[in-house]
Structure formats: structure tokens, C-alpha cells
Design a protein around this ligand. Sequence first.
Ligand code: HAM
Length: 430
Amino acid sequence: MERLPGFRDFYPEPLPHQDVGSADARSYLFDKWRGTARGYGFREYDGPPLELLELYTLKSGDEIVGQLYNFVDKGDRAVALRPEMTPSLARMVAAHERNYKKPLKWFSIPQLFRYERQQKGRLREHFQFNADLFGETDPAADAELIALLIDTLRAFGLTSEDFVVRLSSRNAWQEFFSKRCSDPARAYEFYQIIDKLERDEPEASRTKLSALGFSRDEVTHFIGAGEPTAELQAIVNNLAARGLADFVKVDYGIIRGLAYYTGPVFEAFDRRGEFRALAGGGRYDQLVNLISGGRFDAATNRVRGGKVDLPALGFGLGDVVLLELLKSRGLLPGFQPRIDAWCLIEDETWRGESLRLIQKMREAGAVVDYSLVPAKSDKQFKRALELQARHTLKVERDSAGAGVVRCKNLATRQEQVVAGMDAVRALLLG
Ligand code: HAM
């Protein structure tokens, strides 16, 4: 039986086949993601992988809605596997934000599902590190989020020569749009053309833009000028104060495909342009209001009337492109598991005592393994070597007939015979 296209199996290393994922590499990513997020004071949350379809049709935008894994469940509900985390998070925050001090700084590592055309860097399932902040409109919050993204990528050994965060502004584009087009309902259509500008054939985008009354030249001129808005300048200055200026550049070639963004937006790319986007995010100040019952008011160009109104911003960093980039730069470590000791049971009458020793050492925090069933001594020793165990342990009797433990350091070949659990623990864990 084959697995579905666009989905991955994750095996422990060494990998049996190049076409499978590595569970070790995945844990490595997750540990680093958790580490940097916690270092910035973010708290972990999670939500359900299945949501009401309506959560996404409300404001994620046509592109992602076209990629949904959706169906009607046995209770006649139209549901979808989550293609992104942001709507679930906005729903959760709208429901219980009162219980938390602002700003909320939350992160999550959901598995997401999108029925995408399979291509390099894009699968039908991926894991995404999400970090989001609620309750702050100051650009200092945008800078904090971007700094977290930069430091997360740096934690893997990537430098400003490897990646760049391209920073843009929906506000700047909104202004550009509304000066030339009087129909605000078509703004999202326009944003989507800009989002695909670098991937579409020039002729195709020219035709789409002229249907909205824009010329491709005026658009590329606006991008080329790259005049930062005051808000973007404040973000850049904030990042420069941290010594992170080399990692960011103002670039209106970015606009983001999702419909809910409202202010500064950004995407991270590898510098050489070999891969798809590593990460993307931005401000979405009206989504919580919308999800808590608000409606779009064309007169003010704002969502109004929702039970909760909280400014928000965040980003998602996917595992697929990040892994490709780390592999190509030789930045993935080897994943040999740590084994502190292999317990040899050469005499079966010592199995009970050996199990007691193994139990005690594991309780003390050592990684200990052994043969579950009787096996020849040389086979047991071979296994210890294969696993690159740091020590072997063997329970035996000393000349006076007392139980002792023979501990061998497999690197130095030094042997010591000790009595008592504390002495063994000291040998294994230092
Ligand atoms: P997104 O740009 O759709 O944003 O996804 C963020 C990142 O997830 C992408 O840059 C990419 O690395 C990865 N990604 C997306 N789709 C796939 C796929 N099919 N296969 C592999 N990797 C993929 C969002 O999802 C927003 N909800 C992020 C966000 C959080 N905005 C605010 N808070």
C-alpha cells in the first residue's frame, strides 16, 4: 500500500530511502523553534486539526480555499483540515483573550494540509512554526516578530548571506491601489496579481493588471522605488538597533497571498533565490473582529461590530523549505542517538539485578539499553558497538560474593568495578 502523494513518512535515521522524511531532523527543527520562541517570551498553544469550513471561507482568500481538504462529516457539518493556523488562533483568542494579559505572545507547531500542486518546496502536508502577537499596534511589535524569525533561522547556523527578510506594506499597496481604482472590492484581486508577479509570465500579469486599469510599468516602478513608509522605517530602525539590519530589506515585490493582512507584511527567502519562501507573515488587525462576528464596513474600509477587536500580527515558518536549505548548506547535524550505557546480561541469573540497575540508571537520567531476551555475549557486545554506546555495564559477583557492576568506557577501553548505584551513576553521567 502506497502513501498518498504529497505526504511524508518520518523514519529514524539512518534513513532507509532518500524518499522518506527524517523524524530526527523534524525533532531538531521543533526543538530549535521552541527554544527561540521561549527565549522571546512566547507561550505554546495548539488547536484542532479539523475546523468548520466557514473559518477559512471567511477571510483566508480564494487561493487557500481552493486548496482545502474539506468534506461533510457524519453530523452534516462542512469541515476542513486546517490549511493554516491563523484562523484557529484568531478564533481561540477571540473566545478567551480576557483571561490573558496583553500583549499575548503565543507560538505553535501545527501540521497543516493543503491540496497543492506538488512542486519543489510545496507538499500537501507540512509543519509550520507559527508565532503571533495580539494587542499591540506599535511597529515595535512587528520588529519583535521579525527579530524572532531572524533569530530562529540563525539558530540553525544560517547567516545574512543565506537568507533575507523582504519587508513590505499592505498599507502602501492599498494607497497605491486606491489612488488609481475606486472599487475597494477589487483590492484583493489586485494584491493577488502582485503576489504572483515574480512567478507569472510578464505578459500574463500585464493582461491581468490592465483589466483593473493598471499598467505593469507603473507597478514595477513603484516596486523599484521601494520608498519605505514611516512604519516600515521604524521597523528597520528597530532591527538595526539589535544589529540585525543585514537580514532585512524593504521590498514591495512582497504583498502576501492571504486576504486578511492589513499592514506591514514580510517573507523570508534564501539569498540565492533557489527555493520558495521559507516563511511569511504580517499584520492582520481585523481578523479577530471578523471572526468574533464583525462585518466589513465599506464606508470606513474596516471590519466593525465584532465582540472582540484586537490588533494582531505573526508569521509562519515551514519545515519543508527550511530543511531543503539546511541540507544544501550542509547545516544539518548527524543524528546518532545518545546511548550512555548498554547493559550486558551474560549470565541469566543476573537478569533481575540487571533490570534493577537499568531502572535506577534510567531514573537518574541515563539512556540505557540492553538485550530483551537471552543472547550470546559477543552478539550483545556487537550491538553495544553498533549503537555507539559510551559504556557497557555488567552485574557480577566480586571475590567476596557481593554484587558489583563492571563498567567499561568504550572509547578509552578503561574498566572499573564499582559497588552501589551512586558510583555507577557517577561513571555514566559524570
Ligand atoms: P503562508 O505564506 O501560507 O502563511 O505559509 C507560511 C510558510 O509555510 C511558507 O512560507 C512556506 O514555507 C510554508 N508552506 C506553506 N504552504 C506549504 C506547502 N504546501 N508545503 C510546504 N510548505 C508550505 C501562512 O500560512 C500564514 N497563516 C502565516 C501567518 C501566521 N501569518 C500570520 N501568522
